[in-house]
Structures are given as C-alpha cells and as structure tokens.
Design a protein around this ligand. Structure first.
Ligand code: CDP
Ligand code: MG
Length: 137
C-alpha cells in the first residue's frame, strides 16, 4: 500500500471538474485517504515547489498555484504514485496520452489541472506539507 499527494490546481477548481478528477482516481481502485480545499499564499506555493526554485517557470507557477483555491488530497492504493501519474498524463497536455486528465482538460503546460507526487521521496515531503497524521484516515 502506497500514499501519494495530489492537488486539483486552481484551473481545475475553476473549470468545475473536482468531481470528475476524483472519479477518475476512484474508478481505478484508488482511495481518498484525506481531502480538503485550501488557498495557498505565494509563500505556501513556493515552499511546496521548492525543488523547482531554480527553474525559469518557478515564479509563474507559484503565482498560478496561489491565485485561487485548490483541492489537496492524499490518495492511497497499490502503486498509488505511478497510478496517479498515469491517470494525470504527461506534464505538457500536448504530450499527454488520450484519456488522461491533462489530455482531456489542460489548456497548456503550466495550467495542467492536477499535481501528483513523482516519487516516494516527493510524497514524503508533500503529504505532511498539507496534512497531519491525524487527518489521514
Ligand atoms: O507536475 P509534473 O510533475 O508533471 O511536472 P513538473 O516538471 O514537476 O513541473 C511542476 C509544474 O510546473 C507542472 O505541473 C506545470 O504546472 C509547471 N511547469 C511549467 O509551467 N512549465 C514547464 N516547462 C514545466 C512545468
Ligand atoms: Mg513534479
């Protein structure tokens, strides 16, 4: 059993597809172990994406991620990290496989609807960034 952190980004919340995204995870056998809607400050978003601090898109990305509410969730299941990444699709929607969330809904490489931890190491930083142990059931 594995846990991963997923976020429905501000563009996904604005597009009214919270239910659609969650449905795609649930119908692949994954379970929502924790969930809440929050609005990140610029500093919150910068801390979350600290691994990207040297990248050219860091300023724009953290501005976008703090522009409106997001849904953060812990997803649990066998190979949850890989499964969530498969359901999401590639970072750039132009490269995302048909039927993935990003292929179906993302408008561009930045505004790509959804986040998912890319490794066990990332998940172990990202899950406690938003949730205490008591909030994960
Ligand atoms: O989210 P994912 O793990 O697929 O991609 P990433 O390489 O970890 O990048 C994090 C996020 O930064 C992406 O999901 C995009 O929102 C954004 N990004 C961007 O705006 N421009 C890029 N060239 C790459 C990523
Ligand atoms: Mg990533």
């Amino acid at each position: 059993m594995e846990r991963t952190l997923s976020i429905i980004k501000p563009d996904g919340v604005k597009k009214n597809i919270i239910g659609e995204v969650i449905k795609r995870f649930e119908e692949k056998g994954l379970r929502i172990a924790a969930l809440k809607m929050i609005k990140m400050s610029r500093e919150d978003a910068k801390g979350f994406y600290i691994v990207h601090k040297e990248r050219p898109f860091y300023e724009s990305l953290t501005s976008f991620m703090s522009e409106g509410p997001v849904v953060v969730m812990v997803i649990e299941g066998e190979s949850a990290i890989t499964k969530v990444r498969e359901i999401m699709g590639a970072t750039n929607p132009k490269d995302a496989a048909p039927g993935t969330i990003r292929a179906d809904f993302a408008s561009d490489i930045e505004h790509n609807i959804v986040h998912g931890s890319d490794s066990k190491e990332s998940a172990s930083y990202e899950i406690p960034y938003f949730f205490s142990a008591l909030e994960i059931k």
